[in-house]
Structure formats: C-alpha cells, structure tokens
Design a protein around this ligand. Sequence first.
Ligand code: F6R
Length: 587
Amino acid sequence: MCGIFGFVSTLERDPEVVLQGLRFLEYRGYDSWGIAVGSNGLVDTDKATGPISDATTNLGRSNIALGHTRWATHGGVTEANAHPHCDCRRRFALIHNGIVENYQDLAGRLGPGHRFLSQTDTEVLVHLLEEEISRQPDLLAALLTVFRQVEGMSAVAVLDAQSGQIALAKNGSPVALGWGEDAIYLASDPSALLEYTHRMTFVEDGQAALLSDSGVVLTDVRTGEIVQPEVRVVTWDTRRAGLDGYAHFMAKEIHEQPAILRHIADRKAQDAAALASLIRDAHDVYLIGCGTAHHAAMSARYLLAEVAGIKSTAAAASEMTLIEPLLDEGSLVVAFSQSGETLDVLEAVRAARQRGAKVAALVNAEGSSLDRFANLTLLLECGVERCVLATKTYTAMVAVMHLVSHLITGDADRGVREVRAAASRVESLLDRETVHGLIKSTARLIVDHQHLFVLGRHRNYPLALEAALKIKEVSYLHAEGFAAGELKHGVIALITNGTPCLILAPDEDYRREALAAAAEVRARGAFTVGFSPRAEAEFDITLPVHGASSAPYEIAGASQLLAYELALLLGCDPDKPRNLAKSVTVK
Ligand code: F6R
C-alpha cells in the first residue's frame, strides 16, 4: 500500500534520496508517485503515474523533502491524484496513507475559494490546514487540529516550505523516524531507513511528531503533551543485495527457502520454546492471519493437532468477529503476518487484548506494529520479501510452528531434525534441473486453460489453498483449492475435458483418498498432475516430492515455481501482480 519517505536535514540534499527511498517501498504495491521539496518558502512537486524504478526528477536540492507512492482508493490513477497535495498558496505539501472516511463532511467545513486539483479524499486536509495555520501559526498544533477531525485510520505528513519543518500524525498506518547523522528521516516502512540508520523511533497510534533541523518533538495527539521518543536499534538484515542473478525476486525468494529452513532449525528453537509454553498454558488457542499467512495458520492447526495433540482454531483475521466474544484472559491469539502491518490482523489483536487475551506473533518485519504490540514476537528472520507474493515467509511460518509443535511434546530435537531434512529436500527439488524442467513443461501443458483446481486432503488442504492462491495472484488464471473429500459434493461439476487438476498426494496416509479424487476427476476428462513420491495410474504427470514431514515445504516450493512459470508464460510480472499490495494497511 501507499509508501512514505522524507527527510529534514541540516544539509541540502538531492531529492534523488527520496526517489531512492520510495523505490525501496515499491514492493508494497503502488500505481503512482510524487515528491515535494521546499524551495525559497514554496513547495515544488514532481508527480507521475506508473513505475518509479527508472524515474528521475528535476527538482533542486533542498533541506526538506517528502515523497509518496500511492495505491489508489478514492479517485483514479492520475498524476493529479498522486500525492503530495498542495494548499492554494503552495506553502504546504501533504501526503496521506489510509482513508479519510468523512472527507465530504470535512470539505463542507472549508471557507470559500479553495481550488481543488484532485479527486482524492486527502486533498481536503491540506486546505483545512491552510485555513487553520492563520488561526494558529504553530505547524504541529495546526495539523493536530485538522487531524483530530479525521475519521478513519490514517497517517498524515505535511511539509512546510516556509518553516522548513515536517509535521506528522497517525492513528493507523505505520510511520518510523530514522535518526541519521545530518538528517531525520521518516518512512512508512522501517526497512527503507536502514540505508541511513538503524536508530529508529516508531510513532505509535495517537502520536504526532514535528521534524525540524533541531530534532524531533513527539506529542500525544489527544492531549498535545510531549512524549519522550523511544529510540530502538533495529538489527534487521534487509539483504538488499538485489536479484543475485535471478530474473525476479519471486524466483530468488523461492530459492532462499532451504537456507531459511536451516536458519530456523539452527537458530529459532529458543524463541519457539517461548511460544510453545504460551500455547501449553492457554486454555484456548486461535491462529489468525490473512491470505497466505492465514494458510500458514491453517497448516499450523494441523501440526499442533497431529504432533502435539493441541486443539486450536484457525481463522482469517478479517473474520475475527466470530471469535472475539469467546476470548478471555486464558486465551492465546497467535497472529501470523509477514509485514506486521495488515490492518485486519492489527484490529483483531487489539480486540483480543481488550478482552484480556495474550497475543503472540509470527512476523517478518522487525519493528512493525504487530511486532511492537504482541506480548511475544517470534521474528521469522527471512530478510525482506520484495516480491509482492509471499513465498519464503509462508515456509518460515510453517517451519516455526513445526518446531513449536515438537517442543510442546518435549521432543525438540525431532522438530529440528525434520526441518533440517526438509531444507535438504527442498534444495534438491529446487536445484534439480530435471524437476525444474518438469515444472516448466507442466506449466506449458496447463497454461491455456482458464480454470484449474488443486485438491488436497487433511494437512494438504491448506497447501491446496495456498498453491491455488499463488497461481491466481501471479498468473491471473482461475485456480481453486479444495479439500479433496469435498470434490463429489459440488466441485466435480466444474471438471470438463482437459481441466487441469493438481492432486497433492505426498503421504501414505490419506493417499487412497487423494488417488480416488484423482480417479474421479480423470474419469470426467481432467488432466491430472500428482505431487507424489511415485507415479500412479491416476496421474498424467507426477511432480516428485518425498513426503512425510518434508511434504509441506516441498509442495510449497514446487507449486510456487509452477505459479512463477505460468506467470512468465503469460507475460505477467511475477514481482508486481496487478491490484495487489505487499502491506495491506486499509480495510
Ligand atoms: C499472498 C500474499 C497475501 C498476504 C496477506 C497478508 O501472496 O502476499 O495474501 O499473505 O496480504 O499479509 P501479511 O502476511 O503481511 O499480514
């Protein structure tokens, strides 16, 4: 979703710094961008639709600059709608993440004569500020007066070209401040600041800040009282090395999975033990997340039940309303989230805490809102996931829960051994030219079909959902994951001649049912691709996986690669699928 990057510096700096910061936020998903600098008391802006990757700017050097990448909500993808938005006198440039739910109402409070240049919900804020500053000349106080009127979850930042300050306020979207040598930076994603500093202050909801060349003043939005900024040293390894010879981040991140599994096996057992003990002590356990993270939560439910005999409930965080009334002091909510900023997840954990429940989090982004909010955080330590699609973080979430499940039984070594073994198996699967060749030829055989199905039973069911999601997101083919046992209760009506069906059949248990499902669809003309340790009469093609405790990782890797190859065949950009955002910070 929308990205923010800016600075206030004691030195004049090239606005390329802001472009560079925004480029680092590209992976979050955006459709247009804009930057503003202060120049002789007025604001200069540069905006464009489309990619920022090769963009340049003619804006001059300045002590103060603010930029934004927009993911359209109100108003189409146009240059005029790109942020920053300026007041009528071009003293202020304002950017905003989130939604101003009452923007029409706010527009009604403005005096006459304002010239609106966009169709956004945001622009009204800069005109309100323009009026407010004549009543109270202090930038932060004026912004707070405006911000207190805004309904909806938002982060707002405004550059004042006259005073050389940036003021910001937030009650939803993330903002981190970076303490550089000769500049204070702000960004919506702490990882964008690591180029300049590891010393950061995370602005909490309900806080506002004023950045000037003499430092930062942090205040409480409601009371206006000054708050002492807490400086945290972020140790996150962002592994920004780039593509390392891969054509896309998606391919690179898929291939990083064996190393991540080894890292988890070797280094995460202690953190996992803390989560294991919370789960053991809880009288009920809820596993929540969105999209891929939800599928990881579903896989975790099977692991906890099968390995540790622990009953839990897995749910989409956006459906938390059903669970919420059931929570109390004895409950544990485990939130799965790569970004740690997904609004549905944050709202769910806040509601859980209000009911007295404990919150544990599996998060990749260190310093994210979820990381800071949870009673216990388990950092996945996967490095930044730059492809919009989640791949390696899914695997890492499952692996952590694999360790947790064995820790609960008291056999930690077994968990570590199994995750290590999975690393080697995934490595040999991804590196074997023959397997990759087979995946490529499978992609060629199924690419011309508009609809395809992925069938999995029991612990393979969440994997079927996840494989289908990966294919949908990146290739735009219609793929559906189903519990294989449900096939005959409706899905089978969709199978016609040549319909591709991926059958997940890695294990001896439930294999009979998986093969029966394959036979049933094949009898109706389906083209079947088995994920299986051996070829079977029911499969037209077999993608070899070892099975047992390595199966989830092998199936994930193979299906991610299949999705990737389908995207390439269809000319889709695997790293930036249409309409998607890496960090979903709106409802
Ligand atoms: C799928 C994908 C999304 C995310 C979902 C949750 O490839 O990336 O489905 O998994 O938006 O995001 P996080 O994990 O950041 O909460």
